[in-house]
Design a protein around this ligand. Structure first.
Ligand SMILES: N[C@@H](CCC(=O)N[C@@H](CS)C(=O)NCC(=O)O)C(=O)O
Length: 230
């Protein structure tokens, strides 16, 4: 059995920042599965196992190509049912809620101010692709997109919601982490790897939980290499 994760990288191939790839890495670690990582950058699409899909993560599990982090997670859960990522339908519903919350309340403020930082850690050719695609998407320069004075306050408010869900719990999953934690932490790991500048002040329960998340799996995320402007 070989499991290979195609993981998005910066100019330095050891710097791997994609939040969706992080959800998959946490899922593989949670299940205790051995996996190899193949780092590829944004413009190496011809080397992606599915070049037409054109995004990462992609998992290749015993020759089967699986795209899209929720589909990959569902595949892992089905094929490797030991150590479930969610144990009940309620947990699955909460995981879906968190994905929607990230899309509605976190990424709209976090992505613009982080894209400008992602750009700094890419090689020159990839920088060109990244700038062109993101500027086309937003209709503004990356620098204009990245200078939203309201972003940090909006993020503090959004993470207040996560703090309320955490309360005094160790993890969203209770005494131990589950898929809900891996989904919720993924944008914070993204930001941490891309830049040392925090996006906002985190509420105390979220700050303490983040430390626990970084400690998981022998500090896998804490020890992940962080980007420096290329
Ligand atoms: N829904 C997908 C989203 C994957 C995605 O958007 N990946 C980004 C990196 S974070 C990507 O590969 N983008 C390719 C590009 O912009 O060219 C998932 O959850 O895996």
């Amino acid at each position: 059995m070989t499991i290979k994760l195609y993981d998005l990288c910066a100019a330095d191939r050891d710097v791997r920042f994609s939040p969706y790839c992080w959800i998959v890495k946490f899922a593989l670690l949670h299940k205790g599965l051995d996996f190899e990582i193949e780092p590829l950058n944004f413009i190496e699409k011809q080397k992606y196992p599915d070049p037409d899909y054109g995004k990462l993560p992609i998992l290749v599990d015993d020759g089967e190509v699986i795209c899209d982090s929720p589909v990959i997670v569902a595949h892992l859960e089905k094929k490797y049912p030991a150590r479930p990522l969610v144990a009940t339908d309620g947990e699955r519903a909460f995981a879906n809620f968190l994905t929607a919350w990230l899309g509605a309340s976190v990424y709209p403020s976090l992505a613009p101010i982080t894209f400008v930082q992602v750009h700094k850690i890419l090689d020159d050719e990839t920088k060109k692709y990244f700038r062109e695609t993101r500027e086309k998407r937003f209709g503004k320069t990356l620098e204009e997109v990245g200078s939203d004075p309201a972003a940090s306050a909006q993020l503090e408010k959004a993470f207040g919601v996560l703090g309320a869900a955490l309360g005094s719990r160790q993890f969203l999953g209770g005494a131990s982490a589950n898929l809900c934690d891996y989904i919720a932490v993924s944008p914070l790991i993204w930001r941490r790897i891309v830049t040392p500048e925090p996006a906002c002040n985190l509420p105390a329960p979220v700050d303490a939980w983040m430390v626990r998340m970084l400690d998981l799996f022998d500090g896998y995320a804490r020890n992940a290499k962080r980007g420096r402007p290329a």
